[in-house]
Design a protein around this ligand. Structure first.
Ligand SMILES: Nc1nc2c(c(=O)[nH]1)N[C@H]1C(S)=C(S)[C@@H](COP(=O)(O)O)O[C@H]1N2
Ligand SMILES: [Mo]
Length: 401
């Protein structure tokens, strides 16, 4: 409990001086009585308080993860958006940027960045997720970011594919289109035309400003709720056809072997998932009231409800959703729990507006089999609460065990 202070003590600066660590010289960090002299001035670019140390979890050069446990609300700050690139981040000069749209169209066309920006813009808040967003070899000391930090939510702005495809006179017989990136991986994926007619767009802005290079500057494909890999960054070509292109990324990779020996291909849509982000390792809790907090999301639509279990999955209670609750976007939930001090496991499961319920690991394993390649795995995540209050990741067996 915070100590009670008198107004006089507060005004005398005694509390402020004692409670706020000094970081003299940095913007926004004045120690002691902040009312006795003016603070630092205005600047061209804002920066975080020196008291805030927030970073992506970047253990290798090909991917970094969003620190889910350190965020509030649902929008991921652009510099904390997860990254996944197969051959590095190309430096694309916006003046040289061109997007070719061709194939089964009346008029093949090449668009500059300025051309794209001249079309009526569309903005959409939605999550992006890597289909390989699943931990391997994780021990008890694992943070939420390491469990599933390869997902972020952003307000993207760009131009609808339906607008671009109308401009080039897309053939009504076209059923698929190819999206190709201009990075060294030349990422290419086939996408059904229904997604273009529905909500696919080419994004050139992220949370109000130009895309970050890691997110595909100057323009990328955005397919709300669909497998991250098909959201092609540094987009340079769209080709319309009446069949999928069977590229490497949709044949040798990004297919899902199933329990019955067959494989699932073009499994684009993410099923519902959730995670408690607090408390989580390395938090230590005390007996009494604890607010459980987390996020839930579904590629199929909006989150309808989130259920929480504080007795290892024996019983479930409905958590409160904290708005905004948007389709295909991270949604906050919270739940008040009175911990009696005994060892237990806490977990959440998401239910979306199609009625889909996030499965247990055992149910998912039964359906997908042990050969499932870590893609599209969305089982319930549990945290173990030790008698001393230490919260740990409940370690799962290796998927193929
Ligand atoms: N051109 C291109 N597009 C790409 C990739 C890539 O390597 N090259 N990686 C894909 C993968 S696997 C994912 S998960 C998402 C990640 O998007 P982000 O880095 O903006 O989070 O981009 C996809 N688009
Ligand atoms: Mo990915």
């Amino acid at each position: 409990m915070p100590n009670r202070v008198s107004r006089r003590e507060l005004l005398a600066g005694a509390i402020g001086a004692a409670a706020i660590p000094s970081a003299a010289g940095s913007a926004g960090a004045q120690s002691g009585d902040t009312t006795s002299r003016p603070g630092s001035g205005a600047s061209r670019l804002g920066e975080r308080s020196p008291h805030v140390t927030i970073q992506r979890d970047a253990r290798g050069p090909v991917a970094s993860r969003t620190p889910l446990q350190d965020l509030q609300g649902t929008i991921t700050p652009s510099d904390l958006h997860f990254e996944r690139h197969h051959a590095g981040i190309p430096a694309v000069d916006p003046d040289d940027y061109r997007l070719l749209v061709h194939g089964m169209v009346e008029r093949p066309m090449v668009f500059t960045l300025a051309d794209l920006k001249r079309f009526p813009a569309t903005s959409r808040i939605c999550f992006l997720e890597c289909s390989g967003n699943y931990p391997t070899g994780a021990g008890p000391e694992t943070k939420p970011e390491a469990v599933c930090g390869m997902t972020s939510t952003t307000e993207w702005t760009g131009v609808s594919l339906s607008t671009l495809f109308r401009e080039v006179g897309a053939s009504p017989d076209a059923t698929w289109f190819l999206a190709e990136g201009q990075d060294a991986a030349v990422m290419t994926r086939s996408v059904p035309m229904e997604k273009a007619r529905d909500d696919a767009f080419v994004a050139y802005a992220q949370n109000g400003e130009a895309l970050r290079p890691g997110q595909g500057y100057p323009a990328r494909l955005l397919l709300p709720g669909w497998e991250g890999n098909s959201n092609v960054k540094w987009l340079r070509r769209l080709e319309l056809a009446d069949r999928p292109f069977m590229t490497r990324e949709e044949t040798s990779k990004y297919t899902d072997p199933l329990a019955d020996g067959t494989a699932r291909q073009f499994s684009f849509v993410f099923d519902a998932r959730s995670i408690i982000t607090a408390p989580a390792w390395p938090d230590v809790v005390e007996p009494g009231w604890i607010e459980l907090r987390g996020i839930a999301w579904s590629g199929r639509g909006a989150i309808a409800r989130v259920e929480v279990s504080t007795d290892g999955g024996g019983t479930w209670q409905e958590a409160r959703l904290q708005g905004p609750v948007l389709r295909q976007a991270h949604t906050r939930f919270r739940h008040l729990w009175r911990w009696d001090g005994a060892e237990t496991e806490i977990m959440s499961r998401a239910v979306d507006d199609t009625g889909y319920v996030q499965p247990t690991r055992a149910a998912l394993r039964a359906e997908r089999g042990r050969r499932a390649r870590r893609y599209h795995l969305n089982p319930i995540t549990a945290w173990r609460v030790r008698p001393g209050g230490q919260v740990e990741y409940r370690v799962e067996e290796p998927w193929d065990a």
